[in-house]
Design a binder for this molecule. Sequence first.
Ligand code: ADP
Ligand code: MG
Length: 260
Amino acid sequence: MSEPEAKPAPPVIFLDAIHKIYHAGEVDVHAVRGVSLAVARGEFVAIMGASGSGKSTLMNLLGCLDRPTQGRYLLDGTGVSELNRKQLSSLRNRKLGFVFQSFNLLARTTALENVELPMFYSHQFLPLRRQKEKALAALAKVGLTDRAWHHPSQLSGGQQQRVALARALVNEPEVILADEPTGNLDTRTSIDIMGVFQALNDAGITILMVTHELDIASYCKRIIIMRDGEILSDEPNLQRRRAADELALLNQREHRVKLA
Ligand code: ADP
Ligand code: MG
């Protein structure tokens, strides 16, 4: 008797010949031109490319914030184009977490309340006590338990991005989509945030991240480069950097400087 064949897991993201054409007045802008892409669970993908190459358009399509003009998109096996608005927003809330360059936190609201917000939108109607527990658990995952009751203005840029990451995690998504998440952070803080992303990825979450910095892409497992709306190259990153190791080294060096 032969062994039953192990079925390969279906990709969590599957794009088949996706196009996006913007109709802006008299001109059509063909922003994404036939992109096909499969991303398996547990991948950590950097999407690079010059300004205007279609990175954000692709992220908006992946995030179900916009619909492709043509082509097929399966998100965790579900055909996105067959869904109505309500089904689409429900799928988005369950499967995806978003992180942006500008954090997008509500200013007059505590870190904890910011993290609780997606649970209101996802209509799970959890008891308030349970929501608070889940939000605190998400803050713990990004190392911010002790800042739960701070407002964004009382937090550093890196801490604010950690709150945004906790907010992206709170509905336990399959995939995190991040558009230039370190774009507003200094080098040291960027490494720190890449360390948080790597730890989350080690724990199993799939990440797609737009960045124009090769330094940042070098922490990812796979690097896709876009040009003029197309995928120019798509390669595994064999020399992946580990943020935690680099931070430990930086700390050691600073410690030595202080002692000298
Ligand atoms: P990137 O994020 O790589 O800088 P974008 O996806 O933002 O690139 O843009 C790709 C192309 O699509 C650009 O030529 C841009 O001007 C155009 N574009 C983006 N958004 C719109 C829109 N809402 N309407 C019309 N054109 C757009
Ligand atoms: Mg962009």
